[in-house]
Design a protein around this ligand. Structure first.
Ligand SMILES: O=C(O)C[C@H](Nc1ncnc2c1ncn2[C@@H]1O[C@H](COP(=O)(O)O)[C@@H](O)[C@H]1O)C(=O)O
Length: 463
């Protein structure tokens, strides 16, 4: 048996980024073999309906089924070298393998894009159901587990890279659980809206209406064989908005992965060091600095997103097709499988690295302690205002300058101030505790995390 020389491929997705994944699974949906297999399945669906309607021989579907089982991609490409037309090449190859009685009914009344667009909708819908959604839900589960485990671990919240007010690490992760959960649902919804067509060369059912009084019903029957529906209107091609929305749903999910990767990468900075990527015994951080432990996986995900996110522009450009169609969306749309493979590769990578995420309790605590004295400025000013201070924000702002200058806590400064002491006396114990113990000032971060975790566990049946 000939072994597959993966390094002879050009795309890094083949030789580098799909190796850890189940390549044959990806290939089943995303390879050129898959492209042709799905197109052949559409040709078969056509013959099935023709047979049901008594138009072609009753055993034609069995013949076509057998023919497409025997069909190889090489064969179709060899034929295309002659025809210079890929779908006519596919049709010719199937026709060569069936009886002369069945032959005329291969591709009967169809135009190429009845086959190509329908096949693509079918394969992307199946890819979503069978490959994309299960894999993304696996990652969601990993994040759910982390969020739940870390829901009470106090962490400093950061805005503009500066310490803000406290949250919990679980809450940090819950953001991604929620954003990613919503994206997964969107992918599911948009994949279900992918549509097919069987309306002929310009979408007016010109050829099929020669034979059928009800060409739209005929189209419906062919598409139903594949579990698809037709759109309200088509030209030679399916109206492109359904695939545009589907790809957008994938790229928006990819954006959430990149945002997570970027956030986690920053938490790995030497000066922050709140989390770490698991580092294997033999792993090398730097070719020259042996001490380095680089966030290579998070950086890789961001890099992959940068490579594939701009494909959205191409998808938008593919919305334009001259009159009833031109072929300028053909080559460009052949790269969509790569985008899906890249998304899945990044999701699988993040799942692996998230499962082994090292959370440095000490550093999270130390970073929090660093500014502990200051971060109560917000509750202090709000409590002072609520107690009737006419200019609480300004008073506390000045206090923070003093606190920085003298390196003492805001609470101690309040105790020194005759004016502020009076207000302090009016705070109740719970309010005082927020100022004395800033770790309590996490709002409902922990509860909100619990709520989000509960919701998405239920949504994806991950209890
Ligand atoms: O049913 C039809 O075929 C109708 C015909 N339009 C076409 N529809 C679909 N495919 C067509 C069409 N024309 C060419 N081709 C063939 O498409 C292939 C394009 O190859 P590539 O640019 O690599 O994606 C490449 O193999 C092309 O030969 C029309 O005249 O309207």
């Amino acid at each position: 048996m000939q072994t597959r020389d993966i390094f002879a491929n050009i795309s890094p997705l083949d030789h580098r980024y799909s190796r850890g994944e189940n390549f044959s699974e990806l290939s089943k949906y995303l390879s050129e073999n898959a492209t042709i297999a799905f197109q052949a399945e559409v040709e078969l669906a056509l013959v099935k309906v023709l047979a049901k309607r008594g138009i072609c021989p009753h055993n034609a579907p069995q013949e076509v089924e057998k023919a497409i089982q025997d069909l190889s991609t090489e064969e179709v490409y060899e034929e295309e070298a002659k025809t210079k037309h890929n779908i006519r090449a596919l049709v010719n190859c199937i026709q060569k393998k069936v009886s002369k009685e069945t032959r005329p009914y291969i591709h009967f009344t169809a135009t190429s894009y009845d086959i190509v667009d329908t096949a693509n909708s079918l394969r992307y819908k199946k890819t979503a159901e069978e490959l994309i959604l299960p894999q993304l839900i696996e990652l969601e589960k990993t994040w759910l587990d982390i969020a739940e485990r870390e829901k009470d671990r106090v962490q400093i919240g950061r805005t503009h890279g500066q310490h803000a007010v406290p949250i919990t690490f679980g809450f940090t992760i819950a953001e991604y659980v929620s954003r990613f959960g919503e994206r997964i649902k969107e992918i599911e919804a948009k994949s279900q809206k992918l549509i097919g067509k069987f309306s002929g060369a310009v979408g007016a059912y010109n050829a099929s209406s020669i034979f059928f009084d009800d060409p739209e019903e005929f189209e419906k029957e062919v598409l139903a064989e594949l579990g698809l529906k037709a759109g309200e209107h088509s030209t030679q091609i399916v109206a492109p908005e359904a695939i545009t929305d589907f790809i957008h749903s994938l790229i928006a999910a990819f954006g959430v992965l990149a945002a997570f990767a970027d956030d986690m990468r920053h938490l790995q900075r030497s000066e922050i060091a709140e989390i770490g990527e698991h580092f294997a015994e033999d792993q090398v951080g730097s070719s020259t600095m042996p001490h380095k432990r680089n966030p290579i996986n998070y950086e890789n995900v961001k890099s992959m997103w940068k490579a594939f996110m701009p494909q959205m522009n191409t998808v938008y450009m593919d919305q334009l097709s001259e009159h009833q169609r031109d072929l300028s969306n053909s080559a460009s749309s052949r790269f969509i499988p790569e985008l899906i493979a890249a998304l899945l590769s990044s999701a699988a990578r993040l799942n692996r690295v998230s499962q082994k995420m090292l959370v440095d309790e000490e550093n999270i605590k130390q970073n929090f302690e660093q500014n502990k004295k200051m971060i109560v400025a917000e509750p202090l000013y709000i409590l002072l205002a609520a107690a009737g201070h006419p200019d609480a924000h300004e008073a506390v702002r000045k206090l923070t300058l003093k606190a920085q200058h003298r390196n003492i806590s805001l609470k101690d400064l309040v105790a020194e101030s005759d004016e502020l002491k009076g207000y302090w006396k009016n705070f109740n114990d719970k309010q005082k505790e927020l100022i004395l113990n800033p770790a309590k000032y996490t709002g409902i971060a922990s509860k909100k995390t619990e709520k989000i975790v509960k919701k998405w566990r239920l949504e994806f049946d991950l209890a």
